[in-house]
Write a protein that binds this ligand. Structure first.
Ligand code: S3P
Length: 188
């Protein structure tokens, strides 16, 4: 009998949950995973924007980071309550900083931590100015500090971690799918 890892038909967990720092590739790899699996892609940031009726930058401006975290926690709880199946959930980079979110992430599905080197992260986040936490006099230093502060949170929360720095989106997606199939010989 083939080992579960050799069985390409083994069932996947119901959902995949992507965590990781800004610029680690959650949205792009989430899209690729959803396309490969025929899953829907949901994004906690998009749910927050819909719920708040404001853009992320405005939420930070008017309600502060804690206010944003409240919306984010509510979006996560909504996905768990909805008992979503067959979805890839791309989360906001700071979701792991609120401890009460961790059990919910695991309830939702297989939690995959995306990582990337500091240089790659900085290069990626520099292309998009819509991240309020990086609106500082020295964004490079902010990335460095935040990465160091958050690394233990990502490590603790991820069931599996993969470095996206030197890989194509398709390569990362294939590795995640293979790992999920190895770990979940039976449906959840
Ligand atoms: C944040 C990351 C952002 C967004 C918000 C806060 C963070 O999401 O949730 O700006 O605290 O790291 P991305 O990781 O998708 O950029």
């Amino acid at each position: 009998m083939p080992a579960p890892s050799d069985n390409a038909e083994a069932p996947l967990p119901s959902n995949l949950v992507l965590i990781g720092f800004m610029g680690s590739g959650k949205s792009s790899i989430g899209r690729m995973l959803a396309a490969k699996l025929g899953f829907h892609l949901l994004d906690t940031d998009a749910l927050v924007v819909e719920d708040a009726g404001m853009q992320i930058t405005e939420i930070f401006q008017w309600k502060g980071e804690e206010g944003f975290r409240d919306y984010e926690a509510r979006a996560l709880a909504y996905l768990v309550e909805r008992n979503a199946k067959g979805v890839v959930v791309a989360t906001g980079g700071g979701i792991v900083t609120r401890e009460s979110n961790l059990p919910l992430l695991h309830q939702l599905g297989f939690v995959v931590g995306l990582t990337a080197s500091e240089e790659v992260i900085f290069e990626r986040v520099s292309r998009n100015k819509a991240r309020p936490l990086l609106h500082t006099p020295n964004p490079r230093e902010t990335v460095s500090e935040l990465l160091a502060r958050r690394a233990p949170f990502y490590e603790a929360a991820a069931d599996y971690a993969i470095d996206t720095s030197m890989k194509s989106h398709a390569q990362v997606a294939d590795e995640i799918i293979a790992e999920a199939r190895r770990r979940y010989p039976n449906p959840l």
